[in-house]
Design a protein around this ligand. Structure first.
Ligand SMILES: [Fe+2]
Length: 156
């Protein structure tokens, strides 16, 4: 006997896992970016920015694991290859030294991209009735929107 929900989830797995791998890649790139900024931020706002960037990379490091393990639960391949993650990610690391304002703007852009990627991934999962993946994507999307807010207000 096959349950309808199970069949829907199975059919959608390749597409859902592909979308989750994009979210995983972008989360990994932004994790390293936030830690890089945590190390190299300078200026009179060093202490709070150093702390805020740490909060971001610690969250994203845990988030990567949640996304990757959801892919595994769907019997997919969680692609942790760094070169392929960089290829897959539309979040691109800056190649030059930047001011603290530029660091904040760069991370804000990353958080907004992540929120959009997680929203799109959740919608793909929902189309296949995969409410578990959808729930994870909503939770991760909320975190990225919250970090986007915290970063955005620094620029006003
Ligand atoms: Fe540190």
């Amino acid at each position: 006997m096959t349950f309808a929900a199970e069949k829907l989830d199975t059919d959608g797995r390749p597409e859902i896992c592909a979308a989750l791998n994009t979210a995983l890649a972008e989360t990994a790139v932004s994790t390293m970016m936030a830690q890089n900024f945590h190390w190299n931020v300078t200026g009179m706002n060093f202490a709070p920015l150093h702390q805020m960037f740490q909060g971001i990379y610690e969250d994203h490091f845990a988030g990567q694991d949640d996304l990757a393990e959801r892919i595994k639960a769907l019997d997919g391949h969680a692609d942790g290859n760094l070169a392929r993650m960089l290829e897959r990610s539309s979040i691109v690391e800056p190649q030059v030294d930047m001011t603290s304002t530029d660091l904040i703007a760069t991370l804000l852009n990353a958080e907004e991209i992540l929120a959009a990627t997680l929203k799109a991934t959740g919608e793909i999962a929902a189309n296949y009735g995969d409410t578990i993946t959808e729930d994870l994507c909503i939770a991760r999307g909320q975190v990225h929107e919250k970090f986007a807010w915290m970063l955005r207000v620094h620029l006003r």
